[in-house]
Design a protein around this ligand. Structure first.
Ligand SMILES: C[S@@+](CC[C@H](N)C(=O)[O-])C[C@H]1O[C@@H](n2cnc3c(N)ncnc32)[C@H](O)[C@@H]1O
Length: 511
């Protein structure tokens, strides 16, 4: 059925999803869910109402299998049983959609239609839209593999704006074997009210978009509730004098922002199953640069690790100024909070350098452990690339649990890598910290050499351990609880500082 509606000219109205990278699935007969409702003319709820098994599982009935036949009330997507809505021009938020009749709580309002595209295509398009300077983006994250892009072709649902106190919500339904996204009323909506839902905008870096929803509980920015935003943003009140706002440019609306900044400020939004995700330049880079240069990440000068700072101010409902500082965080941190895994290439020469200081038999063992660690790390990285879409969907979409097989694979590879790392560092400690004290050299030159070797061995060992805990947090923080090997495993010498042990074993005192 075609559900025609008019709209602005810069997009093509469609009333059904268009499948770009594959055909519409053909529902197999054995997959068709048949409810046990019975149509009773005296009871309107009898024909697939709230108690219908299919309704309860967000699955539409399939004609001609539904026992209620033409009376079935559970084919709203298929029959385009939309509420009456009307486009209007908002003040500062582009177009919006109004209820053109009274809408009841729970009522299906409209389907979010667009082009069904693969995850890769969504990523490609998002970056392309950003380059083209498109201000609004309309890509809904459907599942791990696919998204709906309503940028060029879409239904009127694409015009529904975000609100921090929305009257609608998105819901996913299984319709004839395909997942479709609908906008549903959260509460009774009087005719003439603007429709809105909470984008659950996930902020992944870049500039922040001021939210103009006007709700008393407005969080100030799109995505302000997201973990990335909160970790990246420091909010403080008027009377907090830690930072001077004098030199900070004040941008009250998108129009005020200079065009150079606008390019950056315009973060392509990515609608993810009711979650708008910012696709920014930074995020694109995070995807592209899967390898983050260790030198940049770990440079000794902390200033070098800082992202450029920019700031905007906003006014809270209480009338207080809030200052949001954007950036001023290390690149390492911004990569971590971006939710995008960065393959951190550690200085693997650590083990090799320590090995040079050890007896051949110990050096060989250490190098073997290092090889195993490298292999486990690269296996985990390879696996991560394969399952990244699933992981990201899981992180964003609380409705779906991650497929057990994916989780198991990941846990197995992570444990394998953790074990390899533990073995390596155990070996380091064993051979460096517990190797017999080296005889004191009599000659100055030997002494100096010994001191240098001792110092580097100590630094490498401690550096290695620091690296380990840092790496674990960076690697796993966003997915599972951080696995902190250092605190988990009890080294036999835990009551004595490692540096002291190393120093004493290597023949130098430690102050
Ligand atoms: C899915 S579109 C909504 C339709 C859009 N207003 C239009 O005219 O095409 C999402 C975009 O609308 C704007 N928008 C939606 N809700 C907003 C809000 N509460 N505050 C500011 N801008 C908003 C943002 O530019 C966002 O990227």
């Amino acid at each position: 059925m075609d559900c025609q509606m008019e709209g602005p000219a810069d997009y093509v109205h469609i009333s059904q999803n268009e499948f770009i990278h594959r055909k519409h699935k053909k529902q197999k007969e054995e997959d068709i869910a048949i409810c046990n409702c019975k149509f009773d003319v005296s009871d309107s709820e009898s024909s697939c109402g709230e108690q219908c098994l299919n309704v309860l599982t967000s699955t539409e009935c399939t004609t001609p299998y539904c026992p209620c036949g033409a009376y079935c009330n559970n084919q709203k997507f298929q029959r385009c049983q939309y509420a009456r809505t009307k486009l209007f021009k908002t003040d500062g938020r582009g177009f919006g959609l109004l209820a053109d009749e009274n809408i009841k709580a729970g009522q299906f309002i409209i389907e979010y239609c667009g082009e069904v595209i693969s995850w890769r295509e969504a990523k490609r398009r998002s970056q392309a839209y950003e380059k083209q300077g498109l201000k609004d983006a309309f890509i809904i994250y459907l599942n791990a593999a696919e998204s709906i892009d309503a940028t060029r072709n879409g239904s009127l649902a694409r015009f529904i704006n975000h609100s921090c106190q929305p009257n609608c919500e998105t819901r996913k339904w299984n319709v004839l074997g395909e997942i479709r996204v609908g906008i549903f009323a959260k509460l009774d909506i009087p005719s003439g009210s603007e429709l809105s839902y909470d984008y659950n905008f996930e902020w992944y870096g870049g500039a922040k978009v001021r939210c103009l929803c006007g709700a008393p509980s407005c969080s100030g920015f799109l995505g302000a509730k997201s973990r990335g935003f909160q970790e990246d943003t420091y909010l403080w009140d008027d009377d907090d004098d830690r930072y001077s706002i004098d030199k900070i440019p004040l941008y009250d609306s998108e129009e005020d922002i200079p065009s150079t900044m606008l390019q950056k400020a315009f973060d392509l939004s990515y609608l993810a199953n009711g979650q708008l995700v910012v696709f920014s330049e930074q995020m694109a880079n995070a995807i592209k640069d899967e390898m983050v240069d260790e030198k940049t990440l770990g440079s000794e000068d902390p200033q070098k690790d800082l992202c450029p700072t920019s700031a905007v101010t906003s006014r809270t409902a209480s009338g207080k100024n809030q200052l949001a500082v954007v950036g001023r965080i290390s690149k390492k941190k911004s990569m971590l909070i971006s939710g995008f895994k960065t393959k951190r290439t550690s200085n693997h020469n650590d083990a090799e350098m320590v090995a040079r200081l050890l007896a051949p038999v110990h050096a060989e063992e250490l190098l073997k452990k290092e090889e195993m660690r490298k292999e486990a790390a690269s296996q985990l990285d390879a696996l991560y690339n394969d399952i990244r879409p699933t992981i990201e969907e899981h992180e964003k979409d609380n409705q779906d649990s991650m497929a057990t097989v994916v989780a198991e694979k990941w846990i197995e590879a992570s444990c394998w890598k953790n074990k390899a790392e533990f073995n390596l560092y155990h070996s380091l400690i064993k051979h460096v910290a517990f190797s017999p004290r080296r005889p004191q050299q009599s000659k100055d030159v030997d002494n100096n050499e010994e001191k240098t070797s001792s110092r580097s061995a100590e630094m490498m060992l401690v550096g290695g351990l620091n690296h380990l805990s840092d790496h674990e947090v960076t690697t796993y923080g966003s997915m599972f609880n951080p696995v902190l090997l250092c605190s988990k495993y009890q080294f036999p010498t835990r009551s004595v500082p490692l540096t002291r042990i190393v120093a004493s074993r290597m023949g130098r005192s430690h102050g």
